[in-house]
Design a protein around this ligand. Structure first.
Ligand code: SF4
Length: 392
């Protein structure tokens, strides 16, 4: 059926395609910073996978036959699934959707789950990109985050992935923790560069409610990282990775030439996608659907042949604001001419004074009708985006 394909160079402009996301809502243990939907109780795992197979069938017409150029197993922890479970999901997708032969097929994996046997199985069944949740190589930092792996396991997992034939790897890293010194972060970056991944996602910690860090923060047990240090770590990351030939194509994402994450780029370019599984989202350019983020209720609804989602019809303001929010974070910038042609909103005129201010403060620059943020501007991207938002 579906076999491993070499990854082609991708064109960022292509948008007559779609993507599929599969949310695997299970984890071995809860990381202290994580607010994603997952359960550490694996009792429902088989039932959820069976329901996801049914959901794929129920959604077979949702993308109207558009070729699927990206499949993404995210979570949660997809590497907790057995090889047959992943193979079943892939086979079901191939049965009901036109998967492009060159599709990017990504699986998120944690180092503690990675074995040579699993790697060979994933490679053989058509997974051609791995996104490995390393976060840090420093054992003290990993323990603070409550990650289930050590730095040594992280290094070993990359070596094994290469040995199994994976030539498209992403490494997730995290900075901006109060326990991470700039020296720790530099050591992590040096380590990751030695491993030469094709893609690096470097996220700044956000302390979210309903997480252990959120609770510690609220109780005053922990303090937030010093903002000056976090800014220094961001700037140092950009400088170091760019010097080593990585393209800084989104605030938190860096890639070797042409090794963009096709999946994330589809989100940022407002491409359509469906999300399968509890808590997954779907988007068809007109509306957004959000599956229920409760494993048992998800299984129950699918048992009755129902898709358990809530729906939001997107207004013009929603579309424009999402475009601004996502594109301003990327190297492709926010194209006001595109907004004008598509939605008849002349933001360049409406916001001319604000844009002048941004440029004068060195936070951004305009090229024709597109706004690009400088590194200083990227640190304020959310604020700048919301200042540009339109109302219905
Ligand atoms: S960060 Fe990943 S592994 Fe950790 S709890 Fe969240 S989803 Fe699970």
């Amino acid at each position: 059926m579906y076999r491993n394909q070499p990854i082609p160079l991708i064109s960022i402009q292509e948008n007559s395609h779609a993507a599929i996301y599969l949310h695997i809502p299970f984890c071995k243990q809860a990381c202290h910073y994580c607010a994603f939907h997952f359960s550490t109780n694996l009792k429902l795992k088989s039932l959820v996978i069976t329901s996801m197979l049914k959901e794929i069938k129920l959604r077979q017409n949702d993308l109207q036959g558009m070729p699927i150029t990206s499949i993404y197993f995210g979570g949660g922890t997809p590497s907790l699934l057995s090889l047959p479970e992943i193979d079943q999901l892939l086979n079901q997708l191939v049965l009901y959707f036109p998967i492009a032969p060159s599709a990017e097929v990504t699986l998120e994996a944690n180092p503690d789950d990675i074995t040579l046997e699993k790697l060979q199985g994933w490679h053989h069944m058509g997974i051609n990109r791995l996104s490995i949740g390393i976060q840090s190589f420093n054992d003290t930092v990993l323990r603070y985050m409550n990650r289930a792996h050590t730095g040594a396991m992280a290094q070993r997992s990359i070596a094994w992935a290469r040995a199994a034939g994976f030539n498209n790897l992403n490494i997730d890293l995290m900075y901006g923790l109060s326990v991470t010194t700039t020296q720790d972060w530099s050591a992590d970056l040096r380590q990751v560069l030695l491993l030469e991944p094709e893609h690096i996602s470097a996220y700044c910690l956000t302390i979210k409610p309903k997480t252990v860090l959120g609770y510690w923060h609220q109780k005053g047990i922990m303090v937030e990282a010093d903002e000056t240090l976090t800014v220094e770590q961001f700037e140092w990351t950009v400088e170091t990775l760019c010097k080593q030939g990585y393209l800084h194509y989104e605030i938190s994402n860096f890639c070797k030439p042409e090794r963009y994450s096709r999946h994330n780029t589809n989100y940022w370019k407002s491409g359509p996608y469906i999300g399968i599984g509890p808590g997954a989202h779907s988007y068809n350019r007109l509306q957004r659907q959000s599956n229920i983020d409760h494993n048992a209720l998800y299984v129950k609804a699918i048992e009755y042949g129902k898709l358990p989602y809530t729906e939001e019809i997107l207004t013009i303001a929603n579309h424009v604001n999402e475009y601004i929010m996502t594109n301003i974070r990327t190297c492709w910038g926010c194209d006001f001419d595109w907004i004008y042609k598509k939605y008849a909103i002349d933001l360049m005129y409406i916001q001319k004074d604000y844009l002048k201010k941004i440029i004068l403060r060195g936070l951004g620059y305009m090229n024709d009708h597109t706004l690009y943020l400088t590194n200083s501007g990227k640190l304020l991207a959310d604020q700048i985006a919301s200042d540009l938002f339109v109302e219905d």
